[in-house]
Design a protein around this ligand. Structure first.
Ligand code: NAP
Length: 307
């Protein structure tokens, strides 16, 4: 059976996944959101593969537990940096510490993400999901990019989502002032914006030895959305979780994209776990992508970065 492009993620999600035995010994890997779910399992797999980890986490206590666990089980060093990515000032501060302490960055994995059922605004005046899932990772990447370029060959992975297929991105209403906020569409908008900037950055990175790819980490059992109301939490735990997979598959897929020698020169792709997949057509619109790039630069205050 030939599946239409929009539904191709269904057969792809049933395909056998690729793995690698390649090692990442001493490679410096910066990973956001490692205290739970996808990021936690990615951190575990990277530590097993020998990577030196810089984990950017919101919750210091949870992060300390992850560090203790990884360092006791693997021959690796783990540096924790605490930051809440709904505050762009904290993104800037964290990037500054990393640039100060690490002469090289071999791998950046932007994983921290949220799903809110209600609209809230950050102190920077941006819708929170758009800020955490897209703007913060955009800013963090741009700030670390000079060091990543110096460290080439290097790789950037954006943990995106099939949720980009929900759409929701309206460049004239990024903050949902004019529309009724819907959680899945707000989430979709943030992931579409991130995907569109991946294609933009791919072009800018051509010939540098730095690659960038986006990935969907599978439909896996994590804490995403558990910050919402009790009804949502009940629905998620009892009706959704039983249908989801073990997040270890996400960690294994991220490791494959980060370490596999055959991925060394692959850039500008969207992977369903490890399967190369065509995203939704609205996430391939380069004209909109260029506009998202420009608006994102304005929202993060690019002048500060260049200055
Ligand atoms: N689970 C899925 O099926 C699925 C599917 C598609 C895509 N994804 C993507 O996978 C990524 C990870 O999500 P997950 O499913 O693993 O959810 P999760 O278990 O809730 O983990 C999210 C991680 O991001 C961190 N985080 C959340 N808000 C943050 C903020 N403001 N600043 C800094 N860190 C923050 C969380 O920290 P705390 O521990 O402090 O909360 C946690 O470490 C997200 O980008 C999500 O969109 C997940």
């Amino acid at each position: 059976m030939k599946w239409p492009d929009e539904l191709i993620f269904i057969p792809n999600s049933r395909m056998a996944q690729k793995t690698t035995t390649a090692r990442m010994d001493r490679r410096v890997c910066v990973l956001t959101g490692a205290t739970s779910g996808v990021g936690y399992h990615a951190a575990k797999r990277l530590a097993e593969g020998g990577a030196r980890l810089v984990l950017v986490c919101r919750n210091a206590e949870k992060a300390a537990r992850v560090k203790a666990e990884l360092e006791s089980e693997h021959q690796t060093s783990v540096r924790i940096l605490q930051a809440d990515f709904s505050h762009l000032a904290e993104v800037r501060k964290t990037a500054a510490v990393i640039l100060e302490e690490y002469p090289r960055i071999d791998m950046l994995i932007n994983n921290a993400g949220i799903h809110n059922t209600r609209r809230t605004l950050t102190e920077d005046g941006v819708e929170t999901v758009f800020c955490v899932n897209h703007l913060a990772s955009f800013l963090f990447t741009r700030l670390l990019l000079p060091r990543i370029l110096e460290s080439a060959p290097a790789r950037i992975i954006q943990v995106n989502s099939q949720g980009h297929r929900f759409g929701g991105l309206d460049l004239n209403d990024l903050n949902w002032d004019k529309r009724r906020y819907r959680g899945l569409q707000g989430y979709g908008a943030s992931k579409v914006a991130q995907l569109l900037t991946v294609w933009e950055l791919t072009d800018r990175l051509k010939g540098t030895g730095v690659t960038i790819n986006a990935m969907h980490p599978g439909a896996v059992r994590t804490n995403i959305g558990m910050n919402n109301g009790l009804l949502y939490q009940w629905y998620q735990r009892y009706l959704i979780w039983p249908t989801l997979k073990d997040p270890r598959i996400s960690g294994e897929a991220i490791y494959y994209l980060a370490a596999a020698p055959e991925m060394a020169e692959v850039s500008g792709r969207f992977f369903n776990l490890t399967i190369d997949e065509k995203p939704a057509s609205h996430a391939l619109d380069r004209k909109i992508g260029n506009q998202v790039w420009v608006i994102s630069e304005i929202l993060i205050g690019l002048a500060e970065i260049n200055g």
